[in-house]
Design a protein around this ligand. Structure first.
Ligand code: NAD
Ligand code: ZN
Ligand code: ZN
Length: 345
């Protein structure tokens, strides 16, 4: 096995990624070494390299948290995987397992959690290591490139829409039809929900329609909230916001039916991290606003199972690692349909 590997590395916030040859990582106890096949490009990776969030990522950083690959080597004590197994690595690299949140099955909010491609090196590389207990099994018949986005965009929207409490036959507003949103529509449909799609791009709305959204609303219009209320006959029962825009979060509450709930998923960060909402509107409508942070390991297994059954299919475009800067430039302009997946090997 080679002692070095190719990786995309960030040395300084704002400097962009450089393709370099670096040392191949070694496994510690409980960890697996993974030969990376594919890694999806999530908007969170762009936030990471631009320093949009506090705290900033650990430098030097290898981003990437929608990873699929094969187990190449087992660290001491690993029982969950065998050599050669198909494996997926999500954002949640590790959680402590013993705090009050972990013990209640809320490992996504563990205060000691480590994040793949943020506090730990991720999958924009030929190899990576990860704790076996936090990785997912990828079924044999599944395409390793097409399933990669399920490791973040999938599990995150799956959990986010469950957290709205919307039931089969009810309306879900999906706000932002990008990498996450186009997958949210498919989970919603698979779970029997009706979808209203909201974006600021004609192309994204057309994509939503092809995926089965019944109502399309352009958020550049005068009053998207009123439009959603009118077209759904009273408002959405649930909403998920995946847009990278503070305004979209403010508008989401105006789209809800009384007693409706919205899951905040997007993380615009920086100056776009603050919103203004009407207290009166929230009180009188008994609305719920919930944060939703990626997903637990159980959410991951369930989200992968939907995709493995063919009920959820990420719309992907594969690209070589070398094109990463151009991919981020397109992402900033909203110029990507679905998800770009890096074909690493
Ligand atoms: P993306 O760039 O693929 O998609 C963003 C979409 O939002 C685009 O379709 C864009 O046209 C749309 N949009 C922009 N402004 C809008 C507006 N005002 N109204 C409606 N739509 C608008 O990004 P992505 O990879 O889907 O990620 C989306 C966000 O979710 C990012 O901020 C990312 O960091 C965050 N994220 C959060 C979690 C979590 O666990 N909470 C997990 C993954 C990603
Ligand atoms: Zn992500
Ligand atoms: Zn914990």
């Amino acid at each position: 096995m080679p002692k070095t590997m190719k990786a995309a590395v960030l040395h300084k916030i704002g400097d962009g990624l450089k393709i370099e040859t670096v040392a191949r990582p070694a496994t510690g106890p409980g960890e697996v070494l993974i030969r990376v096949t594919a890694c999806g490009v999530c908007h969170s990776d762009l936030h990471a390299i631009e320093g949009d969030w506090t705290p900033h990522p650990a430098l030097p950083l290898i981003p990437g948290h929608e990873v699929t690959g094969h187990v190449e080597e087992l660290g001491a004590g690993v029982t969950e995987f065998a050599k050669g197994d198909r494996i997926g690595v999500p954002w949640m690299f590790w959680s402590c397992g013993t705090c009050e949140f972990c013990l209640q099955g809320m490992e996504t909010i563990c205060l000691k959690t480590e994040a793949t491609g943020y506090s730990k090196p991720g999958g924009y590389a030929e190899y990576m290591v990860a704790p076996a207990a936090f990785c997912g099994h990828i079924p044999d018949h599944v395409d390793m490139y097409a399933i990669a986005p399920i490791l973040c965009a999938g599990v995150t929207t799956y959990r986010g829409l469950k957290r709205t409490g919307a039931k089969p036959g009810q309306w879900l507003a999906v706000i932002g039809i990008g990498g996450l949103g186009h997958i949210a529509i498919q989970y919603a449909r698979a779970m029997g929900l009706r979808v209203a799609a909201i974006d600021v791009s004609d192309e994204k709305l057309a994509h939503a329609k092809r995926l089965g959204a019944e109502i399309l609303v352009d958020a550049r219009g005068n009053d998207p909230g009123a439009e959603v209320k009118e077209k759904t006959g009273g408002g959405a029962h649930g909403a998920v916001v995946t847009a990278v825009s503070a305004r979209a979060f403010e508008q989401s509450v105006t789209m809800l039916r009384p007693a409706g709930a919205v899951s905040f998923i997007g993380l615009p960060g920086g100056d776009a991290d603050q919103i203004r909402l009407s207290i009166g509107q929230i009180v009188n409508g008994e609305y719920s606003i919930r944060g939703s942070n990626v997903g637990t390991r159980q959410d991951l297994n369930e989200a992968v199972a939907f995709a493995a059954r063919g009920q959820v299919n990420a719309d992907i475009e594969t690209q070589p690692l070398e094109n990463i800067s151009a991919i981020f430039a397109r992402m900033k302009k909203g110029d990507i349909r679905g998800r770009v997946v890096l074909a690493i090997s």
